[in-house]
Design a protein around this ligand. Sequence first.
Ligand SMILES: [Zn+2]
Length: 390
Amino acid sequence: MTHTTTALTDIIDCPLCRCPDYQPLYTTTVFASEAIGTLDIQISMCEQCGFSYQNPQLTQETLDRHYQHHSSGATFHLLNENSRHFKLLTERNTFIESHIPLEQRHVICDMGGGQGDLISSIQAPQNAQKILIEPSCAIDQFDDPQIHVINKKIEDLSPADCPQIDLLLCISVLEHLKNPADVLQALQSKMTEGGYLVLEVPNSLTPYLQLAEFYSYEHLNHFTEQTLQQCLTQSGFIVIATDQTPSIPNIRIIAKKSTTLNNKTLTVNALKQYQTNKKAFIEQAFHAINDDIINKSLSHFSIYGTGEHTRAILEQFHFIDKVEYFIDTDSKKWGTELYNKPIIGPHQISDIQHRTILISSHDFELEIAHTIREHDTTIHIITLYNNLSC
Ligand SMILES: [Zn+2]
């Protein structure tokens, strides 16, 4: 077979930061298809932002020729309960269910959704609209009357094609696109403010070995969490959740369209929320102290724990005069003093005259309660975080 003189690939600038300088990382030769023959694929890294992408890259003309006859969305798959495809579908639905309220799923759009399994299975309110945008031939066999199919590329969508999107699904698509940040930005402009994006791409930090090439010639972009984040930020999205346990080596995130939120305001909001929660939490945690020590006018008690946590309690409650002993597991502290009170070991608990111990620890509260019980089965224990059912 003789090639035409038209080049299959050309050299491009970084799709994220437009820097023209790059370093080759990896090269491989693959047979692509009858239409385009054998290809030398090179993955390069942007010298400026570190993004990895195919460079030289297949031209749009080559890609169009390829996708006319091929589609990774049309890959054979089983959809019974034990199949890999069913497991992935369940995982994605679970992730969506835990982060996206049902009432914010009025217009759901699956971009490059292959045969439409995810959008078909997703829960939606009554009268919700489901739209599948799939430019390839994968939708030829698609026939779900509930779903409106648009056989176009996202760049070619007109406002009349599709209402403002509340929930956009974009699974295994971004790695195929020539200008991922530009396409995301175009999609973002078709979404409602606060709309959700569910996005999945292969994780380039965890390639796996198989006989077919992991770095497929169809994948023009090779994301890590960091470069995906960069791409999303640039396109007006903010990541709100990352699936920590996908069963395939993918990065799976949920992001929100936001023209007002950015990482600064998110941090400020998180800190405000923390302050509010902390106040309520302290009130609740100290309820036990109020009930068991202050209100019962307990004359003396001991505190298990001599660290930061204890200092915080003693700052809040001025009852150091009532503390008989401090107890600590660390034998180096035994025989020393804290706030002029002796520190004893757990083996001395049964000698304590006043029969109440307050456990001052968040992380080890239950372990300490267990230790106390090993040495003394009757002494009264006050906990701040866990309910002791003994
Ligand atoms: Zn770059």
